[in-house]
Design a protein around this ligand. Structure first.
Ligand SMILES: [Zn+2]
Length: 250
């Protein structure tokens, strides 16, 4: 006699048919659940401009652009890390190729790419924050003090395959405008309306991307403010608000 009645035998088969997949998925599900969760978190790649021997703009009081951008990037990362996965293209003072920066964002499937710089100009009166998004390379109108630092696209061959950013220009403009609004709420530095410029660091980014120049190091007043930790902290706070607003609306 079977230990199980007819219904039990039938039910045992049904039960096994049910339990085996459940056992299998219970082994796999925690991993899948974690992956699913991770996929829902937006990834933000923050790029502190320059580094190592590439010091960037030198201030009138000897400040270096590479140090200001790194400090700002860490502050911004601290602000955003609670709600987003944030990645820095460089965490310390070392050089990084200009095209490798957007590659970090592409490899990590970032939702947005934020490149931080500080302006520099022969005209010391130039000051304030500028926000740039990518310009279609067919346009010849280029106006930026960053011409000196190799950030502009120079070679047409490079343009042809490095301009994946072209398909994100509308969103990049929206991101730039949202950041403009949030940064305009601080009183330390003036903020210029966002502009489109033909910048190589943005060209290879396959997601909405902007460059933010946090003031001018060649302007003594801006330089002094950018060396004030509490001001940098406030600027990073306002910048993070703009980024969060953009990401939560999209
Ligand atoms: Zn720069």
């Amino acid at each position: 006699m079977s230990a199980f009645c007819k219904h039990c035998q039938l039910n045992t088969k049904t039960l096994l048919g049910f339990l085996l997949p459940v056992f299998f998925f219970s082994m796999v599900w925690p991993v899948n659940a974690a992956n699913l969760f991770n996929e829902q978190i937006s990834v933000i790649v923050i790029d502190p401009g320059h580094g190592g021997n590439d010091t960037g703009v030198k201030g009138t009081d000897n400040s270096r652009e590479k140090n200001i951008t790194l400090a700002m990037a860490h502050l911004l990362k601290d602000r955003l890390s609670g709600n987003f996965k944030t990645i820095l293209t460089r965490k310390d003072d070392y050089a990084l190729d200009i095209y490798d920066r957007a590659a970090v964002a592409n490899t990590n499937k970032a939702s947005i790419f934020i490149s931080l710089h500080v302006g520099g100009s022969f005209q010391h009166k130039n000051s304030g924050i500028s926000i740039y998004y990518f310009q279609n390379p067919s346009s010849d109108e280029i106006s930026l003090d960053h011409k000196r630092s190799g950030l502009l696209l120079e070679d047409r061959t490079v343009r042809a395959w490095k301009s994946v950013q072209l398909s994100h220009i509308i969103e990049s403009k929206k991101l730039a405008q949202t950041i403009y609004t949030s940064l305009s709420e601080q009183q330390h530095l003036g903020v210029k309306k966002s502009q489109d410029v033909n910048l190589s660091v943005l060209a290879g980014a396959d997601m909405p991307a902007v460059i933010i120049e946090i003031g001018y190091l060649t302007n003594p007043s801006d330089e002094s403010k950018l060396n004030d930790f509490s001001i940098l902290k406030d600027l990073s706070h306002k910048l993070s608000i703009g980024i969060e607003k953009y990401l939560t609306k999209n």
